[in-house]
Design a protein around this ligand. Sequence first.
Ligand SMILES: Cc1cc2nc3c(=O)[nH]c(=O)nc-3n(C[C@H](O)[C@H](O)[C@H](O)COP(=O)(O)O)c2cc1C
Length: 226
Amino acid sequence: MSVIIKVLGLSASPRRGATEHSLAVALEELDKFNRIEYQMITLRKFNTYQCIHCDRCIREEEKYCLVNEDSELAELYEKFYQADGYLLASPVYQMNYTGQLACFFNLLRPAWNILKDDRAYFWDKVGAAIAVGGTRHGGQELTINAIHNFYHNYGITVVGGNFAYNGGTIWSRDNKKKGAAADTEGLKTIKAIADRLALALYSQQGGKEFFKEAYQKISSQVKELA
Ligand SMILES: Cc1cc2nc3c(=O)[nH]c(=O)nc-3n(C[C@H](O)[C@H](O)[C@H](O)COP(=O)(O)O)c2cc1C
């Protein structure tokens, strides 16, 4: 297999704390695997504003939101479109992911301009999730499930399972990096989910040519169903 597999690691915390640390640990775990290249991006550095459903992106057939013409944000979405794998990490806010991540997801509405011509655009991509809560059972699993629902919405293959259950979970005790680093049990799940992502990406990407060939056979039915 000669392909390079690109993983986008995205932290959805508005600050430099436990989530960024946990995501960094997960991405370092990917160093074990040849052929995987990763990039860590933190949403706090971007102006992720709310989608106002103006549909300008749809009318103008653009791949990025046109409301705030922000080239850095467009670059971020281009990275999202180009990645093979995703590791999305969010703090738990009200037993869910953060507002920043909700905004990021909603600004993906222009992805429709890709999907209308290629319904399977995201189908050979793989996603995993990490949630970091201040309390021990503060909604980490629910937050991961909510991120999984986003993946399902785009047909991105979701990985979880085995030792990491549905994803990587950290109990930070509201103590930023220090708190995350002290959760040794949680860090095991962080490494486990990164490993699962790598293995899934290997099997998915190794079989990409087969995937495309198989998809050709069903693409007309897929378009009829939509
Ligand atoms: C608005 C808000 C809501 C929160 N809600 C929860 C919650 O429902 N469950 C929980 O365990 N922790 C909750 N927390 C605590 C954070 O999840 C926790 O401190 C986390 O480690 C923050 O990650 P960070 O250090 O990367 O920013 C909340 C924090 C804030 C600011």
